[in-house]
Design a protein around this ligand. Structure first.
Ligand SMILES: [Zn+2]
Length: 268
C-alpha cells in the first residue's frame, strides 16, 4: 500500500478521534463516531457482508449485519464503512441500483478496501493508546487479546494491529481446511507464504485440521515448517487460535521469527 494513502487514512482516523473527544480506549465507539458525522447506523439482515454504507441523497446510512457474534467485529465493520465515507470513496445510492455494482466492499478496488481497513484499525486501536496497554515486542496472540479486551476490536483485527506495530519479524496467517487462505505481513518479515499452500504437518494449525486439539501456548518450530525455502536452521514461533465467527472458523497463526541468539530460550 502506498505510503501516502496509508498516511491519509491514518490522519483521517486520528482527526475523527479528536472530533469525538476520544482520549482513552473506553471513549472509542464507532457508532458515536458515525453519529457525530451525521451517519445513521442500523442493524438488520445483510446478505454477504458485515456492513454497508449508502446514501439517500441527503443522509448516509450504515447497515450492519445482526449475525456478527463478536462486538469488536461490529465496531471494526462500522469504522471501515466510515473510512469509505471520509476518504471520498464512492457511496452507493439507495435510489440507484447501478451504483451498488461498484460500491460494495466485495466489488471496490483493493486499494480502497486497504485504505478503509487502515482507517478502521487506526480509529479503533490508536497506536499511542495500544502501546500503553500491551507488550508488542513478542508478537503473540497474548498481545492481541490484551488489545481486544480494552479496545473495540475483534481477534482478527487486534492480531493484525499487533503485526502492524510490533518491532518483531512477524506475520499473521489465516488458514482453512489445511491450506493458507491469507497472510498479513509485518514490515520486517521478508519471506513470503503463498495463499493456497498446504500447511506443513509440523505446524499447530495443520494439527488442528488433522483432528488434534489446538495447542494454545506459543510453540517454537523449525523455520522450514512455515517457510520451506528458508535457508539455515532458524526458529519460528507459532501462536494459534480458532476464529469463532460465522463465515470464519479457520485458524489464525501468529508467526514470529527468532534471531539465532534468542532461539536457545524459545518456548516449546
Ligand atoms: Zn470496504
Amino acid at each position: 500500500m502506498a505510503r501516502g494513502s496509508r498516511k491519509r487514512a491514518e490522519l483521517a482516523a486520528a482527526s475523527l478521534l479528536t472530533r469525538v473527544g476520544a482520549t482513552r480506549p473506553e471513549h472509542i465507539d464507532p457508532i458515536v463516531s458515525a453519529k457525530t458525522l451525521g451517519i445513521e447506523v442500523a442493524f438488520g439482515q445483510l446478505a454477504g457482508a458485515t456492513a454497508r454504507i449508502c446514501h439517500n441523497g441527503c443522509k448516509a446510512r450504515i447497515r450492519v449485519s445482526d449475525q456478527i457474534v463478536l462486538p469488536g467485529r461490529t465496531a471494526f465493520s462500522i469504522a471501515h464503512e466510515i473510512g469509505h465515507y471520509l476518504l471520498g470513496h464512492t457511496i452507493a445510492s439507495e435510489h440507484d441500483d447501478r451504483t451498488w455494482a461498484h460500491a460494495t466492499c466485495d466489488r471496490r478496488p483493493a486499494q480502497e478496501e486497504r485504505e478503509a481497513d487502515v482507517f478502521a484499525s487506526t480509529h479503533t486501536m490508536p497506536e499511542a493508546m495500544v502501546r500503553a496497554h500491551c507488550d508488542l515486542d513478542g508478537a503473540n496472540l497474548y498481545a492481541a487479546r490484551a488489545i481486544a479486551r480494552v479496545f473495540p476490536a475483534s481477534p482478527v483485527a487486534s492480531a493484525r494491529r499487533v503485526i502492524d506495530l510490533s518491532p518483531a519479524t512477524c506475520a499473521l496467517v489465516y488458514s482453512e481446511t489445511g491450506r493458507v487462505r491469507w497472510i498479513h505481513y509485518g514490515r520486517r518479515f521478508q519471506a513470503r507464504i503463498f495463499p493456497g499452500t498446504r500447511l506443513h504437518v509440523a505446524t499447530l494449525a495443520r494439527a488442528h485440521f488433522d483432528g488434534a486439539a489446538l495447542e494454545h501456548e506459543p510453540r517454537a518450530l523449525p523455520v522450514a515448517s512455515w517457510l520451506p525455502l528458508a535457508v539455515g536452521a532458524g526458529t519460528i514461533i507459532e501462536h494459534a487460535e480458532v476464529v469463532p465467527e460465522p463465515g470464519w472458523g479457520g485458524v489464525l497463526s501468529m508467526l514470529s521469527m527468532l534471531s539465532p541468539e534468542t532461539s536457545a530460550r524459545a518456548p516449546g
